[in-house]
Design a protein around this ligand. Sequence first.
Ligand code: GRF
Length: 215
Amino acid sequence: MKKIVILISGRGSNMEALIAARDAGNLPVDIAAVISNRPDAKGLETASKAGIATHYIDHKAFAGREAFDAALAECIDGFVPDLVVLAGFMRILSEGFVRHYEGRLMNIHPSLLPSFPGLHTHQRALEEGVRIHGCTVHFVTPTLDHGPVIIQAAIPVLDGDDEDALSARVLRQEHLIYPQAVRWFAEGRLTLEGARVRLSAELDGRAALISPLLR
Ligand code: GRF
């Protein structure tokens, strides 16, 4: 079974969705550890209650990005994971860190990339007046919120939407597509071809976790 390490910074609802999918038998992975850069991340408590090893490495205790990233990589590599899953991990990662995990580092971003990289995606989508918004799971490259797209979910922007309403509807989609993307990885179905991700056919005929429309 593939081993994953999840990195969080706060609430950890995407992490919870991964744990729930695993517990429901829909995600065949060993969640070896959850690591946060913030000691007070709520998700650490959730992970610990689920019996998962937790660690925090406080970025404020390091002189710079490279030093923090080196300590983080050392902690991650101690678990020898097949995949590192960024789930609301609010740190820009150095190029060396990203290269070290090339092809085995995934992120979820609350917009339809390449639109709206960075922060405040829902507010910016409302300000731009887009009619379609959503979320993206992608392999990480050194450019922030960029990289080969694994899966996206799109939702309509409704006339009455404010930032909270829109972000809540996008988050529900995040909780569907992240377990799906990690499952595809665990099943060995994702292949990187330059900037594109190829999804191979199901090997054992099991139904996909979510609607075929999202595949
Ligand atoms: C999510 O919207 C995720 O896409 C973004 O940060 C948020 C984290 O939420 N990267 P949570 O910690 O998973 O609840």
